[in-house]
Design a protein around this ligand. Structure first.
Ligand SMILES: [Zn+2]
Length: 161
């Protein structure tokens, strides 16, 4: 590895980051986009049992955190922090789950999931076996989510620009 490649943080095994033909996040067409920036976009996952569940998706195809360019990872942490804070204030959930897995869709994306004690999987992850019957989330929760979604674009823009 040359000094230049160390300085540039380029990795010999980093895969091409152009759009990948079979990647659902490179070719997404029916996303409910809440906000779109130069590097990241925020998506409403539209999962009825999890109101407020959103996804922060990198605009280009990168699979691992350490392959993000500096402005991408700088913005990532700022955005996660700002979204977490706004979600906590607007929704007052029991917990906020933030996760990046990518085993099935390796294109870098982060799940941000407000959790309540009456949700179907609490206290397990939303990908585990259900713990109880699904109940319709209360109206106040839906209204708080609507307020959150209204405020998110402004907060995201303010955070990164
Ligand atoms: Zn992709």
């Amino acid at each position: 590895m040359s000094i230049l490649s160390i300085l540039m943080k380029s990795e010999p095994d980093e895969p091409a980051s152009g759009p990948q033909p079979d990647c659902p996040l490179c070719a997404a067409t029916d996303e409910a986009v809440i906000w779109r920036g130069a590097f990241w976009r925020l998506i409403d996952v539209r999962q009825p049992e999890y109101p407020g569940y959103i996804r922060l998706v990198l605009n280009r195809h990168v699979t691992e955190l350490s392959w993000l360019a500096k402005p991408e990872h700088d913005q990532l942490f700022k955005l996660l922090l700002a979204i977490d804070e706004l979600m906590r204030k607007e929704l007052r959930p029991q917990k906020i789950n933030i996760a990046s897995l990518g085993n099935q869709t390796p294109h870098m994306h982060w799940h941000i999931i407000p959790r309540w004690q009456d949700d179907p999987h609490f206290p397990q992850s939303i990908w585990s076996s259900p713990q109880r019957e699904l109940i319709r989330p209360p109206d106040e929760r839906q209204q708080a989510v609507a307020r959150l979604f209204e405020k998110l674009p402004k907060i995201c823009t303010k955070t990164v620009y």
